[in-house]
Design a protein around this ligand. Structure first.
Ligand code: GSH
Length: 206
């Protein structure tokens, strides 16, 4: 069976969980304690030499890592990845934007506040990350004004990639009330059939 190496609190992992839910794709999850070295074991580095989740192992044993590459692979030939050349490129545009301009600010601010102890030197990064993250959120806000979804008229993996950390941006210290179009879009995505929320704790922990 398809295996997803994951961490319950990861937005990058949640992207894949959300896609699998929309596609009703059977899989098993191996939840790794990313805060305590579980991504640094020789076994896991054998699957992903970059030592990060999400990582998937396909039924034939091939591995795939980088959340947005995983989204692209499984969305192929589904309505979640448009087939026309320009629309596909627009999806890729937002996936690359997410990884370069959004996730390093919005997700990392959340990581610092949720996973590092108060007083950790990395808290000094927060003001710069909030400023740059707000710039990225402003780009999304402007784009979503008058639109339901990021690309064309339909929900796609561009929405999944950006929703994952945007909807929990408050955890990183962002004020989403400044971004009404983003808030409306988050509500729209959460209301789609097949939607699953982010996890509140490790799977099976009740
Ligand atoms: N660009 C990667 C980022 C993945 C990533 O940063 N994963 C984090 C959890 S969100 C992780 O595995 N951290 C543990 C580690 O680096 O050892 C992706 O989109 O998949």
């Amino acid at each position: 069976m398809l295996t997803l190496y994951d961490n319950w609190d990861s937005g990058n992992g949640y992207k894949v969980r959300l896609l699998f839910a929309h596609l009703a794709l059977p899989h098993r999850v191996v939840d790794l304690d990313t805060d305590h070295g579980a991504t640094r074991t020789p076994e896991f580095l054998g699957l992903n030499p970059n030592g990060k989740i999400p990582t998937v192992v396909l039924e034939d044993g091939r591995t795939l890592w980088e959340s947005n590459a995983i989204l692209s692979y499984f969305a192929e030939e589904t309505p979640l990845l448009p087939s026309t050349r320009f629309a596909r490129a627009k999806v890729l545009q937002w996936l690359f934007f997410e990884q370069y301009s959004h996730e390093p600010q919005v997700a990392v601010a959340r990581y610092i506040r949720r996973h590092l102890p108060a007083g950790h030197p990395r808290y000094a990064e927060l003001p710069a990350r909030i400023e740059a993250g707000n710039k990225a959120l402003g780009v999304i806000e402007q784009h979503l004004a008058g639109r339901d979804f990021m690309v064309g008229q339909a929900f796609s993996i561009a929405d999944i990639a950006l929703y994952a950390y945007t909807h929990v941006a408050a955890d990183g210290g962002f004020d989403l009330s400044l971004f009404p179009a983003i808030q409306a879009w988050c509500g729209r995505i959460a209301g789609l059939p097949g939607h699953v929320p982010m996890l509140k704790g490790p799977p099976g922990a009740g």
